[in-house]
Design a binder for this molecule. Structure first.
Ligand code: CA
Length: 229
């Protein structure tokens, strides 16, 4: 690990010099400021899952200087749905693509990962939009089941998968709230072959990634149940 660290820090290109000039807008909601969650789509209880203030100060990802290499990048954020039943769903997700991400990214996935001491296997994935220097919002239809990804208490990981190798990607990071030590990156081209805490790489902060959890079982998953009494 000691041998790899200079490689990681040398290639992780920050967008810190390109601060967000105006308050970002959460696309698709009509709200300003980027901190208002989309309204519930299905009724029932919902819970906003995020860490920090959801306003990025820097962008972190593996990239060369002009954004034409560096991928793949996987980002993962540990969250806990404290008010949800053992089985619940994600109805939408939002992330921030920071300034200087490559505009030629054509594939971006949102991922639910199994809980553990570091992000585990993917339990569910779904496409999510990619626009440079924007809040990107996906509404999941059908909703994504979290279910077996959670530890007792509703803890699991949400995140992004950027699989192209001919692009660089930087996801927004909130550094003004301190670090919850729950934000991980995996970027083999920068020496991070396994998920590694941002803090370990010298960039403490929280991914600006959010999901909305929903408790109701989707209608399409309901079936009649028969009891013999
Ligand atoms: Ca912030």
């Amino acid at each position: 690990m000691r041998r790899l660290m200079p490689v990681i820090t040398g290639l992780l290109i920050l967008g810190a010099g390109a601060a967000v000039a105006e308050p970002p807008t959460l696309k698709g909601t009509g709200s300003a400021g980027g901190v208002t969650a989309p309204p519930p789509e299905h009724g029932g209880a919902t819970e906003v899952l995020q860490v920090g203030d959801f306003t990025p100060e820097i962008g972190i990802g593996c990239s060369n200087e002009n954004g034409t290499s560096g991928g793949p990048n996987s980002m993962a954020l540990q969250v806990t749905a404290t008010s949800m039943p053992p089985t619940f769903y994600l109805q939408s997700a939002t992330y921030y693509s920071f300034t200087q991400s490559s505009p030629t990214i054509t594939q971006m996935l949102f991922a639910i990962r199994v809980d553990g001491p570091s992000p585990g296997a993917t339990a569910a994935v779904a496409p999510i939009p990619f626009l440079v220097d924007e809040f990107n919002v996906a509404v999941f239809e059908p909703r994504l089941p979290v279910g077996e990804a959670t530890a007792p208490g509703g803890r699991f990981y949400i995140g992004l998968i950027q699989s192209q190798t001919d692009v660089g990607f930087r996801a927004g990071v909130d550094t003004s709230s301190g670090s919850d030590m729950t934000s991980y990156i995996r970027a083999p081209a920068c020496g991070a072959a396994n998920f590694t805490l941002l803090d370990t790489l010298g960039f403490p902060g929280n991914w600006v990634i959010r999901a909305i959890a929903n408790e109701l079982i989707p209608v399409e998953l309901m079936t009649f149940q028969v009891s013999d009494g």
